[in-house]
Ligand binder design. Structure first.
Ligand code: BES
Ligand code: ZN
Ligand code: ZN
Length: 500
């Protein structure tokens, strides 16, 4: 979809559909909406009078222009109460409208800069939200479907303004929105891809491709070198699989200093069968998404490299399958993680924390200043928060606050969970330094406390995206399947660190 900013008169634009907005309980129409209403002989105000248009959030009304203007259809989208309007609501409204027009096989759309007459919403923010909404809301993954799609494709979206002075900011918003949405779309592609098409080697190849395109460093650590580094925990998970594990290291250098300002770490289990502690077969196909954290971190790096913040960012992605075999890891086994801590395996299905233990250990050896890990870590997280928000766990409140506000800016909700020391007790082992399962209760927190042991005293936040990595029905700019959460949060976080 080509998205551009044009100056002109909305009622004179040639397009398959023209999109204007209205608010709930509004005294008078927005300027663009009023202009179109006049051309349509008062059709919009009549529909409002009759109560057919209420202006409720994401209410969509399609009116045929019947030759009264160049565009054949007018779409009126409700934005809810004006005082409740947020950037995320604009993102969602743009997505809902574009998805409907895509279904109606309309290929060119002109839209006013939604919401800019509202206090607190600036042109760049509106254009960014429209762009993200349009691209993310019309996302599809049809790579393995041979039948042609029933829906069409919006080829062009014009954001229309009558004010020349707004063009530059609208364009800036548009271009940032595209970078963020494309990175998110790439993450969705990687996650939606079945595990036979997204092995650890495929992840390494994708990361290498992006590094070449956007100009950041890539280094793939193979099994032999993992052994030398002492990555016994990751290797333990990998030993049941025929696919060689890959430890992917990416480096974006935006500052002269030798220091790594932040390490982004992503769990990348390309398929989690549970291993010898095998999962029930029903729903197991969903475990192709167990590399969502890794995908988010890789594609966030591609956006970061395009936005060029003046800091250094390292991304670490421990990638492996978790499968049972004659050579697989077994409950009761003891592994030694990088840095020397020993781990008693209670369940081979608690494999994510093993892979992450070595990644956190690696990050610490690189003397990184802070780290954020992202993982589909626990089913308990899904039980606790559903698919509505991501859980955050931290050993440093300042970093946690930054991550949470970077999420709010992206419309990716994050809820912080408690990390009382009492939870640590539950991970105590009789045969090793720590065990990989802390019992039935508070499963997300004991998993986070396990990671905290390996994070040590480096400021660290852990995001458990087990509930938010996938959704089972479309909503606003999320489409069914992979969400690409939290790519935009990570990018916002890095940008905010660079500005501080
Ligand atoms: N990948 C799963 C967690 C998961 C569950 C992600 C559901 C997305 C949806 C993780 O590796 C796992 O299996 N965790 C176990 C831990 C348990 C054995 C302590 C779980 O949550 O059941
Ligand atoms: Zn598991
Ligand atoms: Zn897992």
């Amino acid at each position: 979809m080509e998205i551009k900013v044009i100056t002109g008169d909305i009622k004179a634009i040639e397009a398959g559909a023209v999109v204007v907005s209205c608010y709930e309980e509004q005294e008078s129409l927005e300027a663009d909406t009023a202009a179109i209403d006049t051309v349509l002989g008062g059709a919009i105000s009549q529909l409002i009078e009759k109560g057919e248009i209420k202006g409720k959030l994401n209410e969509i009304t399609v009116i045929h222009s019947l030759g009264r203007m160049p565009a054949s259809k007018v779409v009126v989208v409700g934005l809810g109460k004006k005082e409740d309007l947020t950037i995320d609501r604009i993102r969602g409204a743009s997505a809902e409208v574009c998805r409907l027009l895509q279904q109606k096989r309309i290929d060119s759309v002109a839209m006013t800069a939604l919401g800019i007459s509202t206090a607190g919403i600036v042109a760049a923010g509106s254009a960014q939200a429209i762009t993200e909404g349009a691209l993310l809301g019309t996302y599809t993954f049809r790579k393995h479907i041979t039948k042609e799609a029933e829906h069409g494709e919006i080829k062009g979206l014009d954001i229309v303004t009558g004010d020349e002075k707004e063009v530059v900011s609208l364009e800036q918003g548009c271009s940032k929105g595209r970078i963020l949405a494309e990175a998110t779309g790439l993450a969705r592609d990687m996650v939606n891809e079945p595990s036979n098409f997204m092995t650890p080697a495929d992840m390494a190849e994708t990361a290498t491709g992006l590094a070449g395109t956007y100009g950041f460093e890539v280094n793939i650590i193979e099994r032999e070198q993992m052994k030398k580094l002492g990555m016994g925990a990751l290797l333990g998970v990998a030993q049941g699989s025929q696919q060689p594990p890959k430890f992917i290291v990416l480096n974006y250098k935006g500052s002269e200093s030798g220091e790594v300002d932040i390490a982004l770490i992503g769990k990348a289990i390309t398929f989690d069968s549970g291993g010898i502690s095998i999962k029930p077969s029903s729903g197991m196909e969903e475990m192709k998404d167990d590399m969502s954290g890794g995908a988010a971190v890789i594609t966030a790096m591609s956006a970061i490299a395009q936005l060029r913040p003046a800091i250094n960012v390292m991304a670490l992605i421990p990638a492996t399958e978790n499968l049972p075999s004659g050579g697989a890891l077994k409950p009761g086994d003891v592994l030694t993680a990088m840095g020397g801590k020993t781990i008693e395996i209670i369940s081979t299905d608690a494999e994510g924390r093993l892979a992450l233990a070595d990644a956190l250990g690696y990050a610490r050896e690189q003397n990184v200043k802070r780290m954020v890990d992202v993982a589909t870590l626990t089913g308990a997280m899904q039980v606790a928060l559903g698919d509505i928000c991501t859980g955050a766990f931290a050993n440093n409140q300042e970093l946690a606050d930054r991550v949470i506000s970077a999420g709010a800016e992206a419309g990716e909700r994050i809820w912080q969970m408690p990390m009382y020391d009492d939870y640590k007790e539950l991970n105590k082992s009789d045969v090793a330094d720590i065990k990989n399962v802390g019992g039935r209760y508070a499963g997300s927190i004991t998993a986070a406390q396990f990671l905290a042991e390996f994070a040590g005293d480096v400021p660290w936040v852990h995001l458990d995206i087990a509930g938010t990595a996938m959704v089972d029905k479309p909503k606003d700019y999320l489409t069914k399947g992979a969400t690409g959460v939290p790519v935009r949060t990570l990018v916002n976080l890095v940008m905010s660190l660079a500005e501080s």
